[in-house]
Design a protein around this ligand. Structure first.
Ligand SMILES: *[C@@H]1O[C@H](CO)[C@@H](O)[C@H](O)[C@H]1NC(C)=O
Length: 280
């Protein structure tokens, strides 16, 4: 299905991008609260009482393996949200989300994930992390190919959203997406449902990004076909899926670090869980 779509409807170019924030991203929000440092090797976003900040990729992607190293707001980050996600545009957009919900010093961050297809989300899964994400940079990856969307943290898979189109469940495989990130204030809901407010005496709050690395397909008018081009050169992310080791590690994370799974929220989905929840 997906392969036919690619051959018929669109041609793609495989692109490997490494690291330069000047070349790959535009600051879209917050003015000089977003800073390119070290010749584009490091980017920082900050948030103060007046505004947050954000950036987006210049390119749009249709599939890719995208790694970003992020160091989150240290100290008392309660009320702040650092969002890092892929999204297309419009009312039936697709979206693949990482969001980091801040917390008072010493309390763990929550890593929130979601997948939107055709404008519909409601697929939240939340995790604690097995390290302090404010102490150092860690790699947050999205593997997006025609059969899977796999979320990874330092190479460990935490979530696998499978292509179940054959069972009538939409999968993001036709709308090109950009990468977006932003740091903003959400103290009306982010920390304990809004009970813990942002402490503005600690502002500005800063998150840092480095080592952006992406093997992607970019829609284009050229005739290069993405899959055949990229598979040999980059270790085959196009066909990648979790092997038994990867599945075991994901199980370990989900057993020990998952704090919310929409697929077990029977109260919320009292009319019946979303269909993908009952397909293993
Ligand atoms: C903040 O820390 C508390 C205490 O460990 C935890 O229960 C809560 O889930 C955390 N909240 C967020 C938004 O990370």
């Amino acid at each position: 299905m997906a392969m036919r779509f690619l051959l018929v409807a669109c041609s793609l170019v495989a692109i490997a991008s490494a690291g330069n924030f000047y070349q790959e991203f535009d600051v879209t929000w917050g003015g000089d609260r977003a800073k390119n440092l070290d010749n584009g090797q490091l980017l920082t976003l900050s948030l103060d009482k007046a505004s947050g900040s954000g950036f987006q990729s210049k390119n749009q992607y249709l599939f890719g393996k995208i790694d970003m190293q992020i160091k989150l707001v240290p100290g008392n980050s309660a009320g702040t949200v650092t969002a890092y996600y892929l999204s297309s545009q419009g009312p039936t957009h697709d979206e693949i989300d990482f969001e980091f919900l801040g917390n008072p010093s010493g309390d763990p961050y929550t890593l929130h994930t979601n997948v939107f297809t055709q404008g519909k989300g409601n697929r939240e899964m939340q995790f604690k992390l097995w390290f302090d994400p404010t102490e150092d940079f860690h790699t947050y990856s999205i593997l997006w190919n025609p059969r899977h969307v796999i979320f990874m943290v330092d190479g460990t898979p935490i979530r696998d959203f499978k292509n179940l189109e054959s069972r009538g469940i939409a999968f993001p495989n036709s709308q090109p997406m950009r990468i977006y990130s932003s740091l903003w204030n959400a103290d009306d809901w982010a920390t304990r449902g809004g009970l813990v407010k942002t402490d503005w005496s600690k502002a500005p709050f800063t998150a840092s990004y480095r080592n952006f690395k992406a093997d992607t397909c970019v829609p284009s008018s050229a005739t290069t076909e993405c899959a055949s081009n990229s598979v040999p050169s980059n270790g085959g992310w196009w066909n990648q899926e979790l092997d038994s080791m990867g599945q075991q590690r994901m199980k370990w994370v989900q057993k020990n670090y998952m704090i919310y799974n929409y697929c077990s929220d029977l109260k919320r989905f009292s009319q019946g869980l979303p269909p993908e929840c009952s397909i293993a």
